[in-house]
Design a binder for this molecule. Structure first.
Ligand SMILES: Nc1ncnc2c1ncn2[C@@H]1O[C@H](COP(=O)(O)OP(=O)(O)OP(=O)(O)O)[C@@H](O)[C@H]1O
Ligand SMILES: O=C(O)c1ccc[n+]([C@@H]2O[C@H](COP(=O)([O-])O)[C@@H](O)[C@H]2O)c1
Length: 198
């Protein structure tokens, strides 16, 4: 796959995930982020494998094809950039992206469940230092996320949601939590339902 392109100064949201499989919750998060954060683009980073998940996901090509099938929007690109870089840890992926696209402004997007365990990610403060972070609501995760270790440690760097449009142009560390109409889908639930299907 060719590398995606962004013009100098563009603000590009990054949604990293296993996408095993991709679902309507991912699409919803992406559309909300595009609109609320005024992003020029969103790039999905379909992960070769989450470093914290012991079981390997479905083959990358399968997840890429499914992601391209479900996420159709002119401003969204589904990528396997991490496979190309040979990175798994997000801190490494961001370093490579910033090296490859020095004039692009990246914003890390994630669901609230990921903020709740963000402090277990490899070199997570480096991620906060590299890019603004937007955390989007996910059912049942609001309190866990907002009381998480990462939220507490970076409480002074939290931007109010009303300033969402500015997030991508503020120097990190900076983050915000965005409430939005929530979607219940999860890949775990879909995999379970498929396993139990007759
Ligand atoms: N329904 C949803 N609402 C909001 N964010 C979501 C939703 N589903 C996934 N996300 C976010 O999308 C990103 C990628 O998610 P991922 O591919 O792990 O899907 P998942 O449904 O959480 O998978 P799994 O159940 O296997 O952990 C993560 O930041 C996650 O928080
Ligand atoms: O860098 C890490 O240590 C790290 C630990 C857990 C998850 N991540 C990233 O978080 C994103 C969401 O992962 P997942 O598996 O929950 O979809 C994906 O881009 C992973 O690579 C990254």
């Amino acid at each position: 796959m060719g590398k995606p392109w962004a013009a100098p100064g563009q603000v590009v949201g990054l949604l990293g995930g296993s996408f095993d499989p991709p679902h309507a919750g991912h699409v919803h998060l992406t559309r909300e982020a595009l609109k609320r954060l005024r992003l020029d683009q969103v790039w999905w980073l379909v992960s070769p494998g989450n470093p914290l998940k012991p079981n390997p996901p479905a083959p990358l090509a399968e997840r890429m094809a499914a992601a391209r099938g479900i996420m159709r929007h002119p401003k969204v690109k589904v990528t396997d950039l991490e496979a190309g870089f040979g990175t798994r840890a997000t801190a490494d992926t961001l370093r490579e992206l910033q090296r490859a696209y020095p004039l692009v402004r990246f914003v890390w997007l994630m669901g609230a469940d990921n903020l709740a365990q963000f402090h277990s990610w490899d070199r997570w403060p480096e991620i906060m230092a590299r890019v603004p972070v937007a955390v989007l609501a996910r059912p049942g995760q609001r309190m866990r996320a907002l009381h998480s270790h990462a939220a507490q440690r970076f409480r002074l760097e939290r931007l109010p949601a009303r300033d969402a449009e500015r997030l991508g142009r503020i120097a990190p560390p900076v983050w915000l939590y965005l409430d939005m109409p929530m979607r219940p889908e999860s890949s775990t639930a879909i995999r379970r339902a498929r396993r139990n299907a007759p």
